[in-house]
Design a protein. Structure first.
Ligand SMILES: Nc1ncnc2c1ncn2[C@@H]1O[C@H](COP(=O)(O)OP(=O)(O)OP(=O)(O)O)[C@@H](O)[C@H]1O
Ligand SMILES: [Mg+2]
Length: 305
């Protein structure tokens, strides 16, 4: 919305349990205002659940998700829209404020209120709305003729595109997209990546489409065993940074294993030798004190389709 700062989301010590599974485990992350964030994590990790928590459809067991007061969150419903409405009308009606101002302008009789409404309509560029809606629909594969047909003439997949067009058109402060390329073709996916790059909203997009995240995102939020880590950069840079971190961890682990074996060998050899018993004892203590370095239990963020 014009003049409003986009949302910045704080996820604070968030915990969410599903049955006996701790899906989100004391996770903390902050999404910078205007960031375009790819949310990645393996299948069933809890990405969609995190979206539901952000939207407030689910309540966390503990912790909180904080957004600026009045921030509008936009997302695509799982159910495709349907009905007699034309695509263009459906998309236009997604801009709730414009829609209600226009309705009020028809009814209002108080000249002062009418002037207020007109000013606000100008502020939100309401006059440009129809062409903006048409442009979005066009980008997602609907020509002028198609835009004026009713939703009911289209299959579920195409109607999901209309739902996507509507949420893009509504200009939320925080845009949540869950696997949008599932119902887009290559052309649509490329258009979406471009559109997202020009979008002032804070964007959180779940996608197995590496190209989309590489192209459109400037941050990656990784949900891994209940924890959230925010990395800056696109997917390729995230993968590289992670591989480097893993390589370092792997080296440290190997080194520790060697040291452990060395100490143990000394203990085994000299434990029974009176003159070395003290040294063996102290090495045993060292062994006990060694902090375990987690072995590389790698969870690949794959598979990418
Ligand atoms: N309504 C439900 N009832 C029972 N289990 C559920 C329900 N919804 C999700 N789950 C389980 O919760 C876990 C997290 O699901 P979620 O959909 O959040 O994961 P995800 O990261 O979005 O996975 P995907 O990549 O497959 O979309 C999964 O193990 C899933 O099987
Ligand atoms: Mg999901």
């Amino acid at each position: 919305m014009a003049g409003q700062k986009p949302a910045m989301i704080h996820i604070n010590s968030l915990t969410y349990r599903l049955g006996d599974r701790l899906l989100i485990d004391d996770a903390t992350a902050a999404l910078p205002s205007g960031a375009r964030v790819g949310l990645v994590g393996r299948n069933g990790a809890g990405k969609t659940t995190l979206f539901r928590l952000i939207r407030g459809d689910l309540s966390p067991e503990s912790g909180a998700i904080l957004a600026p007061k009045g921030a509008r969150i936009g997302s695509v419903e799982q159910e495709a829209p349907d009905g007699d409405e034309t695509l263009i009308d459906f998309v236009l009606s997604a801009h709730v404020e414009r829609e209600s101002l226009m309705a009020e302008a028809e009814r209002a009789s108080d000249p002062e209120r009418i002037a207020e409404i007109q000013t606000r309509l100008v502020d939100i560029s309401a006059h440009a709305a129809p062409s903006r809606a048409a442009r979005i629909l066009h980008g997602l594969g609907f020509d002028d003729r198609a835009q004026n047909r009713p939703l009911s003439e289209y299959s579920g997949g195409w109607r999901m595109r209309v739902a996507l067009a509507a949420v893009l058109f509504s200009e939320p402060d925080l845009l949540l997209l869950d696997e949008p390329t599932n119902y887009l073709d290559l052309e649509g996916a490329l258009w979406l990546a471009d559109y997202l790059k020009s979008c002032p909203a804070t964007i959180l997009v779940i996608s197995h489409d590496r190209d989309l995240i590489d192209d459109a995102a400037n941050h990656v939020l990784h949900l891994d065993r209940g924890k959230l880590t925010l990395w800056s950069g696109n997917y390729t840079s995230f993968e590289r940074q992670r591989l480097e971190a893993q390589a370092l961890q792997g080296k440290a682990f190997k080194k520790q294993e060697e040291r452990r074996a060395h100490l143990q060998a000394f203990v085994d050899r000299f434990r029974a030798t009176a003159s070395k018993a003290r040294q063996a004892q102290s090495r045993l203590k060292m062994l006990a004190r060694m902090e375990p370095i987690a072995a590389i239990v790698d969870e690949t963020v794959q598979p990418f389709k």
